[in-house]
Design a protein around this ligand. Structure first.
Ligand SMILES: [Zn+2]
Length: 99
């Protein structure tokens, strides 16, 4: 039997597992060069990145080949996700703890 943990709260999910599939894609051609791209010294940018040890963000297609992200959620987190799919309220300064 396969065991699942909630990707939001980390709890063990028994039989009430919910799956969220998000498709993320650009609405423009990411390979198309813009005048701003031509102004950048790419060789210098790459060498700086290597020297600084930057972790370059992965293109969406590289995450799992399709740009579709899949998450397992428990019942509670599924309810929270339905109310606030982008986590906007949890990022709001209004919800900081007063402790
Ligand atoms: Zn959860």
């Amino acid at each position: 039997m396969q065991h699942f943990t909630c990707d939001l709260c980390g709890c063990h999910i028994d039989d009430q597992r919910y799956v969220v599939k998000l498709e993320l894609y650009p609405t423009f051609n990411p390979d198309e060069l813009t005048p701003a791209d031509l102004d950048v010294d790419h060789l210098q940018a790459v060498s700086q990145s290597i020297m600084q040890g930057d972790d370059l963000p992965l293109p969406v297609e590289d995450i799992n080949g399709t740009g579709i992200l899949t998450f397992d959620l428990c019942r509670e987190c599924q309810l929270r996700f339905r109310r606030d799919p982008l986590g906007k309220t949890s990022r709001s300064p209004m919800h900081f703890s007063e402790n």
